[in-house]
Design a protein around this ligand. Structure first.
Ligand code: NAP
Length: 321
């Protein structure tokens, strides 16, 4: 089996479905009534969002072991017409299991989980199926066999990963006959190690120089044509939100000043900080509030200057070598 995608002009073009810059993350909709799910979805569409992010484990019920809870909420609340379904990209994830096994990367599990997602989402295909976390016991050829089956049968259109290092991606890609189109990773102004590590490479004694991402994760993705999605895009280091000006007055103050300058909200500026990076980062916004989603989506329309971008990095507590 072969590797990673078409190489063009020094970059690869892995293909996959089109995606707006902002993704609506639906991890927190498990208890929301139909009307609220519909209001969130409508706000997303009005804001130009076309990609909706799920996972089989989102909303997991400890009491009865129910999986696919958030997917089911989305599917039941929206009951999308075939025409509306074709206008959006639905991605979901598999591989994390709420048992002592922790992960299940077997052919049977991946196929049955994806089929469960289709039933819950009330759709005949998902646009991208992501392997949720690296499983140390995964057999890449077995994942590839499941991908072949799911793509061959039209149930899945493309394969992605989440929280994977460059080497893990290359290992899996070597078995797959289909390109890996996306890697979804934790990244925000507060949790920016994926960006700052490369800036500190080989700086003696610097904590920031420690490689935690397997090395060059963002650059590797750009070279391979793999889209990067940023989960928890507002999270501050150590918890909380970067937009919480009471808790983080330095970051909050600068976000507010830049918000005024650009005519948007501090949330939009925190999102703009991610979209300004040349890796083409797609923030996966997890709010359940239509107005906050609208605020965040406005960030994709703001282009921060280089000084603004670096000032924010410093205000969020990151050193610059
Ligand atoms: N691949 C992975 O391993 C992984 C892991 C975690 C998450 N994800 C994905 O990423 C998505 C986003 O993650 P996330 O929800 O942690 O990220 P987030 O968008 O950074 O945070 C959302 C949380 O912040 C709150 N919030 C947002 N703006 C706020 C404001 N201005 N003031 C007060 N609270 C505010 C939201 O509450 P309200 O709802 O009340 O606005 C919500 O609880 C998830 O839905 C999921 O799709 C992926």
């Amino acid at each position: 089996m072969t590797g990673t995608g078409h190489v063009a002009g020094g970059r690869t073009d892995a293909g996959g479905p089109p995606s707006g810059r902002i993704v609506s993350g639906l991890m927190r909709i498990g208890d929301m009534p139909d009307d609220d799910v519909r209001a969130l979805y409508d706000a997303a569409r009005r804001a130009g969002v076309t990609t909706f992010d799920h996972a089989d484990i989102y909303g997991f019920h400890l009491a009865d072991g129910a999986m696919h809870v958030c997917e089911e909420r989305f599917g039941a609340a929206l009951n999308l017409s075939p025409a509306e379904r074709e206008e959006i990209v639905i991605q979901t994830k598999t591989g994390i299991v709420p048992t002592e096994s922790r992960y299940d990367s077997s052919y049977d599990h991946i196929v049955s989980s994806a089929e469960g997602s289709l039933r819950a989402l009330r759709t005949d295909h998902v646009d991208v199926l992501l392997i949720h976390r690296p499983d140390a016991l995964a057999e890449p050829d077995e994942i590839a066999r499941a991908a072949d089956h799911l793509i061959g049968s039209g149930k899945v259109r493309a394969i992605g990963v989440s929280n994977h290092t460059p080497a893990q991606i290359d290992l899996l890609a070597a078995s797959l006959d289909h390109p890996i189109v996306v890697n979804q990773v934790q990244l925000s102004l507060g949790c920016a190690g994926l960006i700052t590590q490369g800036m500190f490479a080989n700086v003696a004694g610097a904590e920031q120089a420690v490689v935690r991402d397997g090395g060059g994760l963002l650059d590797h993705a750009r070279l391979r044509g793999i889209r990067i999605q940023a989960w928890s895009p507002l999270q501050a280091a150590g918890g909380g939100l970067v937009v919480d000006a009471e808790r983080f007055p330095g970051t909050g103050g600068l976000l507010a000043a830049l918000a005024e300058r650009h005519g948007v909200t501090p949330t939009a500026i925190a999102i703009a900080w991610l979209t300004r990076h040349p890796a083409g980062i797609e923030p996966v916004v997890g709010t359940t509030s239509p107005s906050r989603l609208h605020e965040a989506a406005a960030g994709a329309g703001v282009r921060l200057t280089n000084p603004e971008w670096y000032d924010l990095l410093r205000a969020a507590g990151h050193d610059i070598p």
